[in-house]
Design a protein around this ligand. Structure first.
Ligand code: UT7
Length: 349
């Protein structure tokens, strides 16, 4: 079965930068607390009226451009989000409307910060089966419209940001060039024989569904959401931060080892470690346990906060565009999320 590979990457961050000092004016918090506990210095927020499909559209255009493709070349659209634009239809349909490429399948993936890897696994499987040749996987989030700007939710609000990241997945045809690095960035387009998505490992444990969740609106409530739910603040994220932190460290170490073991790799083989960006301290602990040096570990949480399903593809795209990712490099991605869900993927560039 031919391997699937990443033909292009793209990302888009809304221009409005929100610093920790700005948040300190709306909440009882401080730049010092936020940086010490999470590593976040600033994040991006959309302007009113901008939705995840708008961010996904921009990220998709950039990924298509890198791959030398048009929207009409796509066979399948996969969009991962934990902040859907509307209750239904899925945000992938709104993205499709913007792309102007109708008729192909459009799928929403709802596995929170692990959603991008769940989407990547679907793309990988379809491409290897030969069913589709050009699959979009995009993670897109607008958190800023649903955060609680009050002291009760401050431990969550300070973490999240808005953004989107995308990849195009297709068959790794022999002799096909790697995604081009920008001119002068030091990359080269030499084909790598063994390149492609080497593995994706996915997990979930629904016993912990209520450790990190947004209870309302939901079809379980008569009327979906009423004044009662709103008065109780059930439309805001609720998180048992310490439990999530502990489990995230354990599971991300475990699933990263699972990925490396399945491919006969060691941490020394990992050129780029691109973990989900929920907390810098989580990633430092995971990298330290694995024995991956900090300079190989992505820390884009500092600039963008936690962009959930978009964090990994944003970080990947920035590394690719900077020319840091070279043909033959091993990229290890691993995530942990509400659900709980967690996963990992290994790509040889
Ligand atoms: O993306 C999905 C995965 N998500 C995660 O992995 C997040 C995992 N959890 C975390 O990253 C951490 O638990 C947080 C960063 C959310 C919080 O850090 P913590 O060290 O667990 O702090 P805490 O919630 O236990 O709060 C410590 C203190 C409390 O005050 P007292 O009780 O010690 O007086 C909080 O009220 O810090 C207070 N606090 C804050 N102070 C200033 C909580 N949030 C804030 C804040 N600013 N934003």
């Amino acid at each position: 079965m031919p391997r699937a590979c990443i033909l292009g990457t793209g990302s888009y961050l809304p221009p409005r930068v929100v610093t920790n000092d700005e948040l300190s004016k709306r909440l009882t918090t401080s730049d010092e607390w936020i940086q010490q506990r999470s590593g976040v210095r600033e994040r991006r927020y959309v302007e009113p009226g901008v939705g995840p499909s708008d961010l996904a559209f921009e990220a998709t255009k950039r990924a298509l451009d890198m791959a030398g493709l048009q929207p009409s070349d796509l066979d399948f659209l996969i969009l991962a989000t934990q902040t859907p634009e509307h209750e239904f239809p899925g945000t992938a349909c709104f993205l499709q409307k913007k792309l102007g490429h109708f008729g192909v399948a459009a799928l929403d993936v709802r596995d929170q910060c692990t959603g991008f890897l769940y989407g990547l696994s679907i793309a990988d499987a379809y491409v290897r089966l030969g069913m589709y040749k050009r699959v979009l996987v995009v993670g897109a989030e607008v958190h800023s419209t649903g955060l609680e700007f009050a002291d009760r939710g401050r431990h969550i609000t300070v973490l999240f940001g808005d953004g989107a990241g995308a990849v195009i997945v297709g068959p790794a045809d022999v002799g096909q060039a790697s995604p081009p690095a920008p001119a002068g960035a030091g990359g080269n387009a030499r084909a790598t024989k063994d390149r492609g998505i080497l593995s994706v490992h996915l997990h979930a444990d629904g016993r912990f569904a209520e450790e990190l969740w947004v209870p309302a609106p939901g079809s379980i409530y008569p009327g979906r959401i009423t004044h009662k739910e709103i008065d109780e603040g059930l439309h805001y994220p609720v998180m048992n931060g310490k439990a999530v932190f502990k489990e995230a460290v354990t599971r991300m170490i475990e699933v990263s080892k699972e990925a490396l073991g399945a491919n006969g790799l060691t941490p020394a083989d990992v050129t780029h470690f691109v973990p989900h960006q929920a907390n810098l301290r989580i990633n430092e602990m995971v990298a330290k346990d694995l024995g991956i040096p900090p300079e190989r570990c992505d820390d884009s949480i500092r600039k963008y906060g936690n962009c959930a399903a978009a964090s990994v593809p944003i970080a990947l795209d920035e590394r690719v565009r900077s020319g840091a990712v070279k043909p033959g490099d091993i990229v290890l991605m691993s995530t942990f999320a509400a659900g709980f869900t967690w996963g990992s993927a290994v790509v040889r560039w």
